[in-house]
Ligand binder design. Structure first.
Ligand SMILES: NC(=O)c1ccc[n+]([C@@H]2O[C@H](COP(=O)([O-])OP(=O)(O)OC[C@H]3O[C@@H](n4cnc5c(N)ncnc54)[C@H](OP(=O)(O)O)[C@@H]3O)[C@@H](O)[C@H]2O)c1
Length: 272
């Protein structure tokens, strides 16, 4: 089947759902094969005006779409499934974008045998540079995974992972953009401390981040090697690195990601 042969409904089109809608449209998915749902009328109107998609109620979406992409907050998923769960025909593909929620959460609330695919994407989907990790639930086949990939590939890179790794994925790439933004913010502040105008510091760091990211992706080199290439004996970089190590940046990263992983688990437990 070609791209756009299926009708996709984005259920709970907030930030991530909107990214998915806009990405699919940019990739050429026919607008007539997209539906969205929203909780507030004003949000529904916004989506319809911005993208020309038909915004319908949840049950209409369930009836009309082949693929249901659920993008509500994890804590809202239980109530949503109370509403739509019993009405979902078991041949629909359910794609969950909800952080932390296992596919078993959905399967318990959907008719027996409903295929569920879990996807953890991230906000660079807005510029077609998302990282989306895709896992099959109990009843999802290779074909379902391939369809999910077809939907997320236009938004950036995709990778298949066992579902047991999804909480770690959430901590790494789901929340990941925030860590980079925090780092950039701190480096711009440092530039200001060193006497640079904010705009210049911003430009220097953003381009340095882009250049470093492209090198990481395209050179195939280990990050240690790339860092060593900038770190000359008794030079400036090693002085900075000593301070980063003194302040426990590496340990902070390990602890931070563990906390994000634990929070993903906690959110899932609260939603049960
Ligand atoms: N933001 C990220 O960077 C990110 C990254 C990876 C994964 N995720 C996951 O993506 C999911 C969505 O996150 P988000 O940041 O996009 O949240 P969000 O902006 O709050 O979007 C969720 C949307 O769902 C709507 N909604 C809630 N219950 C509904 C219902 N019963 N029927 C119809 N619409 C309903 C909400 O309506 P209201 O506007 O009325 O609240 C809201 O617009 C979450 O599960 C999150 O874990 C997010």
């Amino acid at each position: 089947m070609a791209v756009g042969d299926h009708t996709v409904a984005v259920i709970g089109a907030g930030k991530i759902g909107e990214l998915m809608l806009s990405g699919l449209l940019r990739s050429g998915w026919p607008v007539g094969r997209l539906l969205a749902t929203a909780r507030r009328p004003i949000r529904a109107e916004e989506l319809a005006t911005r993208y020309g998609v038909r915004v319908v109620d949840n049950l209409t979406a369930v009836g009309e779409a082949d693929v249901l992409a659920i993008s509500v907050k994890p804590q809202d998923a239980g109530a949503l499934l109370d509403e739509i769960g019993p009405k979902v025909p078991a041949d629909k593909l359910v794609i969950s974008l909800c952080a932390g929620l296992p596919t078993s959460f959905f399967n318990r609330r959907l008719p027996e045998g409903t295929p569920v695919v879990r996807v953890m994407t991230n906000t660079p989907a807005l510029v077609d540079q998302a990282m989306s990790a895709i896992s099959a639930g109990a009843h999802a086949t290779g074909e379902h995974l391939a369809l999910a990939e077809e939907m997320f590939t236009p938004l950036g890179a995709t990778v298949r992972v066992p579902e047991s790794q999804q909480d770690a994925v959430t901590a790494l790439s789901g929340s990941g953009p925030a860590y980079f933004y925090l780092l950039v913010e701190a480096m711009v502040d440092a530039g200001i401390l060193l006497g640079l105008p904010r705009q210049v510091a911003h430009e220097l760091i953003v381009q340095t981040a882009i250049g470093s990211a492209v090198m990481l992706r395209d050179s195939g080199e280990h990050p240690v090697k790339l860092r060593e290439a900038v770190t000359s004996p008794a030079g400036t970089t090693i002085s900075a690195i000593r301070e980063l190590e003194n302040h426990g940046v590496r340990a902070a990263m390990l602890a931070a990601l563990e906390a994000a992983r634990d929070r993903a688990r906690e959110l899932a437990a609260q939603s049960e």
